[in-house]
Design a protein around this ligand. Structure first.
Ligand SMILES: Nc1ncnc2c1ncn2[C@@H]1O[C@H](COP(=O)(O)OP(=O)(O)OP(=O)(O)O)[C@@H](O)[C@H]1O
Length: 611
């Protein structure tokens, strides 16, 4: 197997400093276009093969590259390791897929399935795995000899083994399942592996896959030991020199470590101006430093207090709601959004799977009438839109079908855990509601990143209880500032039967007649349906558990001791005294702990269960 002459030539050039300069100048060609998302150059000017540029245009409708694509593609084509940081929804996926395809279609002897895997893309979730695979499939339409494939948790292992045996040129994988195949599928051939890409690198590490990643890098012979790669079972072939790439909209200390152990003299893209330290310590495109300087280089470039990149056009707001009125307010805001615009998509984030299940069932079944007299006749669904749910405890097939369905719907509501927070590209999502706060500021950034993608408009709303308001300061440390949502104005627009629309209702949210009426109706509804009551109790218990799991600095803001558990119960439309619900929670919690101890549940699986 050989590379095309032109490619061999360019590889040689790459080794001298001139090539490094080319990389820098190609990247700087990416001048800001009209709306600051697109670059003012063409895909072909970045060095991509003409028929691949045609494919980008015909199959995906991409006429010009985005800024991050214009910066990253020349660097990746030149064979450099890279750490790439760009805002959510700016086109990072194609920034790495296009150069891979360019190289693979360019070998003078066509690659074959029997050559095994050339490129590996690691992603944190199953949905992202499928999403990247779908884009890859489209891009490979006319390069049919390059075979795309995926392996991920929840899929049938034997079928995956069979596909790996036949050969997959570009493999998308979640870490756990990949490690499984690396250890147990002898027919999985990766001796020609040339690229390893970490998409959402920080999330992969946060999910507790750090150990798996180190093992994967060791097994693939792609982990650095001192100044060189570690010895491994994989023969290192100079013809297939490794290129590792890390991508994310948010970088942290863990990515810093991963970069240190997996990248050789990398180019840093998008790290300029990302620190509160003097800017002089940062170089955006760096090619002159040697590996010996890695320690210093990363610690100066990977800042501790970072301004995250948020799409400029995103309207970010927060709403301060007393605990006991949270549910009524959430429903009112959703009603307001869907009445304002009947054709739109909204995503609401919750902290646990049980909370998603409860709110999903509630919104799918809750009927409401503002007029007690005509209750029987004009009773209506509270929300008239289609409602989906997505979380990690759902059956694999349900997860898959929900993901596809929400993608194609024109108007719908998705209730989800953080399983949807990363990388997922649902078209035309107009609003993101963070009903349960996200914890780390990085997660805030990724959740809101599901809207306002690629220059489109979007809005986000963060729910905070009065005792949690300091969280705004935590976000501000990262350059994220939010305006207040005009809640009372929205609530005043809802009228109850026989009420004068123009009468000033209340300055207190929890005493607002609409909120009181809705809360009463919700509580009656829950009490009348044993199944709903059970879901509410489960939702309450897991919500409290999740609330106590906030880490580090955030523990000071999100303190369960500051909450009135009776009000928390109210937010699940439960009338029960907190002690009653609390007792069953404690019993359930003890039972769970005993069970986890018995089966030796690992930390990683515990994290996975929450989302
Ligand atoms: N050059 C382009 N022209 C037009 N649309 C594009 C272009 N590149 C990407 N897109 C579209 O932009 C959207 C966002 O792309 P993508 O999902 O790759 O972003 P991302 O930066 O990886 O986001 P996230 O950080 O959330 O994972 C997708 O709908 C994609 O189809």
């Amino acid at each position: 197997m050989g590379m095309k002459k032109s490619e061999k030539g360019s590889k040689k050039v790459m080794e001298n400093k001139n090539e490094k300069k080319d990389v820098g100048s190609a990247a700087s060609n990416a001048t800001i276009g009209n709306d600051s998302v697109f670059a003012s150059c063409s895909f072909s000017s970045l060095g991509l093969y003409p028929s691949l540029c045609d494919e980008l245009c015909e199959k995906l409708g991409f006429e010009v590259p985005t800024l991050v694509q214009a910066q990253a593609i020349p660097v990746i084509l030149a064979g450099r390791h890279a750490l790439i940081n760009a805002a959510t929804g700016t086109g990072k996926t194609v920034a790495y897929l296009a150069p891979l395809i360019h190289h693979l279609q360019n070998y003078d002897t066509r690659i074959q399935r029997s050559d095994g895997t050339f490129a590996l893309v690691l992603v944190p979730t199953r949905e992202l795995c499928l999403q990247v695979y779908e884009i890859l499939q489209k891009l490979l339409h006319r390069f049919h000899w390059i075979v795309p494939g995926y392996v991920m948790g929840g899929e049938n292992r034997s079928k995956e083994k069979a596909r790996l045996r036949k050969g997959i040129s570009i493999l998308i994988a979640t870490p756990g399942r990949l490690l499984d195949h690396l250890k147990n599928t002898s027919s999985f051939l990766y001796t020609k592996l040339r690229w390893i890409i970490f998409d959402e690198a920080d999330r992969i590490l946060e999910l507790g896959f750090g150990q798996d990643i180190q093992e994967i890098l060791d097994l693939l012979g792609s982990r650095k030991a001192a100044n060189d790669y570690k010895e491994s079972t994989v023969p290192r072939n100079s013809e297939f020199q490794r290129q590792n790439l890390l991508f994310s909209a948010t970088l942290n200390e863990k990515v810093n470590h991963l970069a240190k152990i997996s990248l050789h003299n990398p180019v840093m893209i998008g790290l300029e101006g990302k620190t509160r330290k003097p800017v002089s310590t940062i170089e955006s495109i760096d090619s002159s430093e040697s590996d010996e300087d890695d320690e210093v280089k990363y610690s100066s470039k990977m800042p501790t207090a970072v301004d995250y990149k948020i799409p400029r056009q995103l309207i970010q707001r927060y709403v301060k709601v007393p605990c006991g009125s949270r549910l009524a307010v959430l429903l009112s805001i959703l009603k307001h959004l869907f009445e304002r615009d009947t054709s739109q998509k909204v995503v609401v984030f919750f902290s646990t799977c049980d909370a998603v299940d409860f709110h999903h069932s509630l919104l799918s079944e809750f009927h409401f009438s503002t007029d007690p007299q005509t209750k029987e006749r004009v009773i209506q669904m509270f929300l008239g839109c289609q409602t989906f749910r997505l979380h990690g405890n759902m059956e694999h097939e349900d997860r898959r079908s929900t993901f596809q369905a929400f993608k194609t719907e024109k108007s719908a509501l998705l209730l989800s855990t953080d399983v949807s927070a990363r990388g997922l590209d649902f078209p035309k999502v107009r609003c993101i509601i963070q009903y349960d706060s996200p914890g780390e500021a990085t997660e805030y950034v990724h959740r809101v990143g599901r809207t306002a993608r690629l220059g489109e408009r979007g809005e986000s709303l963060l729910f905070l209880q009065p005792v949690e308001i300091d969280y705004l300061q935590d976000l501000e440390k990262h350059g994220v500032s939010l305006a207040e949502y005009p809640l009372l104005k929205v609530l005043d627009n809802f009228t109850l039967h026989g009420q004068n629309k123009h009468v000033k209702k209340s300055v207190f949210i929890d005493l607002h007649p609409w909120v009181l009426c809705l809360q009463k109706a919700l509580e009656s509804f829950i009490i009348s349906k044993p199944k709903m009551d059970e879901l509410a109790r489960k939702g309450f218990c897991s919500w409290v558990r999740a609330y106590t799991a906030h880490r580090g600095e955030l523990k000071r803001i999100f303190m369960i001791k500051k909450l009135h558990l009776g009000h928390v119960a109210k937010s699940f439309a439960l009338k029960q005294q907190p002690s009653l619900v609390g007792q069953s929670f404690q019993k359930q919690n003890k039972k769970r702990k005993r069970f986890e101890k018995k089966i030796g549940l690992s930390k990683k699986r515990k994290v996975a269960r929450v989302t």
